[in-house]
Design a protein around this ligand. Structure first.
Ligand SMILES: CC(C)(COP(=O)(O)OP(=O)(O)OC[C@H]1O[C@@H](n2cnc3c(N)ncnc32)[C@H](O)[C@@H]1OP(=O)(O)O)[C@@H](O)C(=O)NCCC(=O)NCCS
Length: 217
């Protein structure tokens, strides 16, 4: 496929990733094969959806896989065997380091998505969300830079509010919503709203789409 202006090629061949051999090792082969599934290159066959990747000239994409239709915005880094699925957008200043992100996700700006994080499809990650993989951090990072198993799993259709901190060892269930600023230290059940830091979960209200936008006056 022709490259667009400002797009740079990732160095890792897609075929190699599809076989589950990332440059940094330690990737989950199941997610790899899902993310690296063959992509139709005919826009007509794909309902004219834009399939070209957009990697901003000021972004860093290195030894990683960025699928068709994905966007990597300015000053974002996608590094060390990271995987970005089809039509997923990686916002400015976000770091995707050895993590795996599915299709149709929207990752906002200033997020830190670290090795061992596995994110499903249609996931919204608000600005400034941090995914941690080291509960007792120290300068010695051996084993943390390419973990052999997922440290955080975010299932499909999850939304994570601005500034949330996701601690290692949790799974956020399908369709859950994490409130802005929450610290998630325990797994979140599917389809609930998780707020504050007290592990309380509330059912998502049925009218949530109507409550999305609020104005000051
Ligand atoms: C959690 C959330 C969905 C709740 O929405 P809501 O139900 O309409 O909120 P309400 O104003 O009715 O608040 C309900 C209760 O939750 C509390 N609450 C709301 N948001 C909270 C948050 N982020 N952290 C802790 N408590 C929160 C309210 O104080 C209120 O508490 P009370 O019952 O003790 O009075 C929403 O506040 C939120 O955090 N959304 C994410 C926003 C975001 O980050 N967007 C992405 C960037 S644009």
């Amino acid at each position: 496929m022709a490259m667009r202006q400002g797009e740079r090629r990732v160095r890792l061949p897609e075929a190699r990733l599809a076989e589950g051999r990332g440059a940094a090792g330690g990737c989950q082969s199941g997610v790899l094969s899902r993310l690296a599934r063959p992509v139709a290159i005919c826009p007509v066959a794909m309902g004219c959806r834009a399939l070209a990747r957009m990697i901003h000239a000021l972004a860093l994409v290195e030894t990683s896989f960025v699928a068709a239709g994905a966007q990597v915005w300015q000053f974002a880094s996608v590094i060390r065997c990271a995987m970005v699925g089809e039509r997923t957008s990686i916002g400015p200043y976000t770091k995707v380091d050895g993590a795996q992100i599915g299709s149709d996700c929207r990752i906002e700006d200033h997020c830190s998505i670290n090795p061992g994080t596995v994110i499903g499809d249609r996931v919204f990650v608000g600005p400034g969300v941090r995914f941690c993989n080291d509960l007792w951090p120290s300068t010695d990072k051996e084993g943390f830079e390419s973990p052999t198993r997922p440290t955080v799993i975010v299932e499909d259709d999850v939304s994570i509010g601005a500034g949330a901190i996701i601690l290692p060892g949790v799974r956020i269930g399908k369709g859950a919503l994490v409130a802005a600023g929450a610290v998630v230290g325990k797994s979140v059940a599917p389809g609930v709203v998780y707020r504050r830091n007290d592990w309380k979960a509330l059912q998502r209200p049925a009218d949530w789409p109507k409550r999305r936008m609020r104005y000051v006056a």
